[in-house]
Design a protein around this ligand. Structure first.
Ligand code: ADP
Ligand code: ZN
Length: 755
């Protein structure tokens, strides 16, 4: 028998090995094995098993990453050394998913495979944690009074971890060991779970009686769950369900009850949430309903915790997984449902290869597993909305907030008028300040939202207009008051602010714009009695500080929370009745066809933070573009649907996604001439190769972020009715391209960021 494997080191090629007879009966696709490779041994994953080595020796490498010789002839194949783990690491569906992902995102199969397995799981150094466990024995033993007392205590608690018992019973480990030597107890090594929720008090919750719209949505999802599953073998998998529900309409409760149904049927579920929304509050809601049956996978876990959680999922101990985008690959057995909450979130897209969108992978995995997929959002992506219109997805609407709570009342504040009043740009309009004061008097809370961070966005010289820029990246430095330094948000570089303007020498280098820190100090002057809390990337870099801040605010120990996009999503504060958006325009003027969509999403999400409980909410949106459709839509009751209609019409006439598929090719390198040369020659070759006139090709030009980390960036945008119309010819061309060491190239299929 021959096994085809993908090795742990990425060489862009699969290899064939002979399977020794004694291993053959136990070997299975998806297992991890040990193989000889060059002069060493490596871990590898079995991808395929065959009686003989097939004629085609290996999967071709996409980008000529390796110059390996072709495979040895069958008789010279080397032999698999051992099976590392009997239980396969990858199910057949996950292997198929990796193949699809590699093909779709233009990466290698190995890279796709590796991205499915957490590093802690692939690593050979992370191991199960073993600790000594003491169990008392029955019977009479010859013990000292002290030992007898210890044994009695041990019997009372039924046993425990050795190190815990020494503390609990104030004894030494040696005393317990003596007990074991006398036969009165057994001490053995046991696996100890590293539980990410170990220090949390989790109070169980029960399903709530649903509102009629929630009940209808649940019925639709349950029908999809029941239609799926291979045992029930339908020809077609169930259609994904778009759960379109305004903020506070109880989507999460619907997910929870759908999962309860899934568990009842003996199936498993995956819930994807954006990393930023993966707060203790969110995890708590799932843990409270499903207890030990959930596993949490997120970036703040230690390697050990991640290792244990992943293995609990694979072993079927945990049937519900909650995690960010990479959780879409969780090895859940008998998958019955995948939920993608906030499906429109750009953070579902990975910004390095493989550049996959977890929402799209979820839909594909659902199709492959024949399971239900639910995409939830208050502001669906245009892509998903069009899929509903086309009948590819079915939609369930939640138009009402639970318990008849009204949607917040949204006021648009024209900042041009406010500016004219005083002659200079205001941070707070008069109406917003009045509204804040009113909340203070009533003992209610407010949130102020700013789509920026730092004290001032940039340092601008009032004399010559020069801006302090990062020398390695083509962006302005941001001034940070906390440590009085200039920081680059691209490369993380920093420097102290110069005393004089580097261009003209003027000493009056001025702060312009405003960030959360300046909002905080201005607010202190206007409302000295208010207790303020600021949350942005600067104060939340410490682990847990994010959670602590939110807990402080929720407990009412602050009146006003000032923050950046971090506070926009998923948070549920019953006492917040006012939300102020300080500058709604920042995201409107991005050089991106999705600018309006992003702005609308942001405004709708932020507004959703107001009036979540019994108290009605009010929102003030300060803007210099009060007439923009995205701003108008955020302030109207119908909100999304009319905005989507206008937006889709514009996309259609402009030939933009979702009516076309977009692929962005970025060229990067330290030498601008070389980068431009490669970009332009690829463009020229592509024009020649693209016989298909349906593919629209931009000119190779500097990216909006023209330089980052001392590397120049050029971009090529391709649009066509299908992705493969672009990627097939592109890959064929690149396979023949002589790779140059100093220009790297990245293909981003369905690009979300055009920077
Ligand atoms: P969404 O996810 O749509 O923003 P949530 O699921 O967070 O909404 O629900 C908002 C609030 O309403 C939560 O506090 C939740 O517990 C509560 N809630 C949800 N469904 C119901 C219901 N059927 N009856 C009463 N309260 C509910
Ligand atoms: Zn920089």
């Amino acid at each position: 028998m021959i096994a085809r494997v993908a090795t742990e080191v990425s060489v862009g090629q699969l290899f064939d090995y002979r399977v020794p007879d004694e291993l053959a009966p136990r070997l299975a696709v998806g297992q991890r094995v040990r193989v000889p490779f060059g002069g060493r041994t490596l871990s590898a994953y079995v991808v395929e098993l065959a009686a003989e080595t097939p004629a085609a020796p290996a999967v071709p490498d996409l980008f000529n990453q390796s110059d390996l010789p072709s495979l040895p002839a069958a008789r010279r194949l080397r032999t698999i050394l051992a099976i590392e783990d009997e239980t396969p690491f990858l199910s057949p569906v996950l292997l198929e998913l990796a193949r699809w992902m590699a093909d779709y995102t233009c990466t290698t199969f190995e890279l796709a495979l590796r991205c499915m397995l957490p590093a802690a799981v692939r690593s050979r150094t992370v191991k199960p944690k073993e600790r000594l466990y003491v169990t008392p024995c029955e019977g009479d033993f010859d013990l000292t009074p002290r030992q007898a007392e210890l044994l009695a205590n041990l019997r009372r608690v039924g046993g425990g971890w050795l190190y815990g018992l020494t503390r609990e019973f104030a004894c030494t480990a040696q005393t317990l060991k003596t007990l074991a030597e006398k036969g009165a107890a057994v001490i053995e090594a046991r696996q100890m779970r590293r539980d990410p929720l170990a220090n949390r008090t989790i109070l169980p919750t029960r399903p709530l009686p649903l509102m009629p719209e929630q009940a209808a949505a649940l019925k639709l999802i349950i029908a999809a769950v029941d239609a799926g599953g291979d045992a029930r073998a339908p020809d077609l998998p169930p259609k994904p369900v778009l759960l379109f529900g305004v903020t506070g309409s109880g989507k999460t409760e619907v997910y929870l009850q759908a999962i309860a149904h899934v568990l009842q049927r003996g199936l498993g579920a995956i819930v994807l949430v954006p990393e930023i929304a993966l707060t203790p509050q969110t995890v708590q809601r799932f843990a409270s309903r499903f207890g030990a049956r959930i596993a949490v996978l997120h970036s703040a876990l230690s390697d050990g915790e991640r290792y244990d959680e992943w293995h609990r999922i694979r072993n079927g101990e945990a049937a519900v997984v909650v995690g960010p985008r990479s959780a879409v690959f969780a090895p859940v057995q008998n998958l019955g449902l995948i939920v993608v909450d906030e499906e429109h979130e750009p953070s579902y897209k990975q910004d390095e290869a493989p550049r996959y969108n977890a929402r799209d992978v979820a839909v594909m995995r659902g199709w492959m597993e024949r399971c239900a997929v639910v995409l939830g959002s208050a502001t669906p992506a245009m892509e998903s909305w069009l899929n509903v219109e086309k009948g590819k997805y079915v939609a369930a609407h939640l138009t009402q907030r639970v318990a008849g709570r009204p949607m917040p009342c949204v006021h648009i504040v024209d900042m041009r008028v406010e500016t004219a009043k005083t002659g200079h740009v205001q941070i707070f309009s008069d109406v917003l300040l009045e509204a804040l004061k009113l909340r203070l008097e009533r003992g209610e809370q407010s949130i102020l939202f700013l789509n920026r961070r730092g004290y001032a966005t940039s340092l601008i010289c009032p004399q010559c207009g020069a801006v302090a820029e990062c020398p390695s990246c083509s962006v302005a430095y941001t001034y940070h008051q906390a440590d009085t330094c200039l920081r680059c948000h691209i490369c993380g570089g920093w420097r102290p602010p110069p005393d004089v303007c580097p261009e003209c020498g003027d000493p009056a280098f001025k702060f312009s714009g405003f960030g959360t820190q300046r909002v905080e100090s201005a607010l202190k002057r206007c409302l000295p009695q208010a207790r303020l809390l600021r949350m942005d990337a600067d104060v939340t870099t410490r682990k847990n500080s994010h959670d602590e801040l939110l807990a402080t605010f929720k407990s009412g120990r602050a009146d006003i929370l000032i923050g950046t996009q971090m506070i926009a999503k998923g948070l549920d504060f019953p006492n917040v009745t006012l939300v102020g958006v300080l500058v709604a325009d920042t995201s409107l003027h991005m050089p991106d066809f999705r600018a309006a969509e992003r702005t609308y999403q942001l405004l709708a999400q932020v507004s959703g933070r107001a009036g979540r409980a019994e108290l009605p909410g009010e929102v003030y949106v300060q803007t210099f573009s009060p007439d923009h459709p995205a701003v108008q839509a955020a302030a109207s009751d119908e909100g999304f649907a009319p905005f989507a209609a206008v937006e889709l019409a514009e996309r259609k006439s402009g030939g933009y996604p979702p009516y076309t598929r977009l692929v962005c090719v970025t060229f990067k390198g330290p030498d601008e001439t070389k980068v431009r040369f490669v970009a332009e020659s690829v463009e020229r070759e592509l024009r020649r190769a693209l016989a298909d006139a349906s593919v629209k090709l931009s000119e190779a030009c500097p990216a909006p972020l023209a330089k980052a980390k001392d590397h120049y960036r050029y971009q090529l945008l391709l649009r066509a009715p299908t992705v493969y119309a672009i990627t097939r010819p592109l890959r064929a061309l690149l396979a023949n391209l002589r790779p140059t060491a100093d220009v790297t190239l990245a293909i981003d299929v369905d690009a979300l960021s055009l920077m």
